[in-house]
Ligand binder design. Structure first.
Ligand SMILES: *[C@@H]1O[C@H](CO)[C@@H](O)[C@H](O)[C@H]1NC(C)=O
Ligand SMILES: *[C@@H]1O[C@H](CO)[C@@H](O)[C@H](O)[C@H]1NC(C)=O
Ligand SMILES: *[C@@H]1O[C@H](CO)[C@@H](O)[C@H](O)[C@H]1NC(C)=O
Ligand SMILES: *[C@@H]1O[C@H](CO)[C@@H](O)[C@H](O)[C@H]1NC(C)=O
Length: 195
């Protein structure tokens, strides 16, 4: 049986332009919340801006109270089940951000992180980080995620830590992000211009 993904891939190879306009799935951001921890982070402002039926982008700002030298994040992914409850979904990983940004370590998450930070943020340099951090126009698409996850509602919980293997690990902030993985809305509706 030929899967939809294969058909799309074949069409993409033969007609790239079509696929750039019409992705097979979209990662639509629904809501984002940034959590600051007194003593480490402050003045967070995180919100989602709708662009069209298939796309929303995140704008994020935060001030660091002190420099961070050895940042790692824990990424946990949850997916809504049939009874509308979020259940853990496959991914629960620790990623050392400083190693990735100084290119000491790669792996699929590392490559994704590098691309995302380069494209959207001012944390595109090696550690330490200090002062004002921001991301502009952030979104995820098929070019960043080399897999086709099941459609549905997801929650990404990103806990940011300094020196997590040391005790006590300092929890310095967090991002909780809700997104819907869906087929693109293909109706030709005029885009709202009041954004
Ligand atoms: C947070 O914002 C206030 C007001 O703009 C500023 O005075 C303060 O320095 C900021 N905090 C940090 C950690 O930068
Ligand atoms: C990092 O991002 C900032 C803001 O987007 C940009 O001005 C700067 O040129 C970037 N630096 C590198 C090394 O990519
Ligand atoms: C996110 O993860 C952190 C650390 O595991 C936990 O304390 C927090 O309650 C979680 N938040 C959500 C909304 O799941
Ligand atoms: C940085 O954190 C990692 C765990 O993420 C730990 O193995 C390492 O020892 C830390 N490095 C320093 C210099 O504290």
């Amino acid at each position: 049986m030929i899967s939809i993904a294969k058909v799309v891939l074949i069409s993409c190879l033969s007609w790239k332009v079509l696929c750039e306009r019409e992705p097979s799935i979209v990662y639509k951001m629904k809501n984002i919340e940034c959590i600051t921890i007194p003593g480490f982070s402050a003045n967070a402002s995180c919100f989602i801006k709708a662009i069209n039926w298939n796309k929303a982008v995140a704008e994020m700002d935060v001030d660091l109270v002190r420099p961070l030298y050895n940042i790692s994040v824990r990424l946990q992914v949850f997916k809504k089940d049939y009874s509308n409850q979020f259940q853990p979904f496959l991914i629960d990983v620790h990623i050392n951000i400083c190693d990735i940004l100084s290119r000491r370590s790669f792996g699929s998450f590392g490559v994704m992180m590098l691309r995302v930070t380069k494209r959207f943020s001012n944390f595109n340099h090696s550690c330490p980080y200090e002062g004002h951090l921001f991301a502009r126009g952030f979104y995820i698409d098929e070019t960043l995620i080399p897999a086709s996850p099941p459609l549905g509602f997801y929650k990404f919980n990103i806990t940011i830590m300094e020196n997590y293997l040391k005790t006590p690990a300092a929890h310095v902030g967090g991002i909780v992000w809700h997104a819907q993985i869906m087929q693109p809305v293909k109706k030709k509706i005029k885009q709202a211009t009041n954004g």
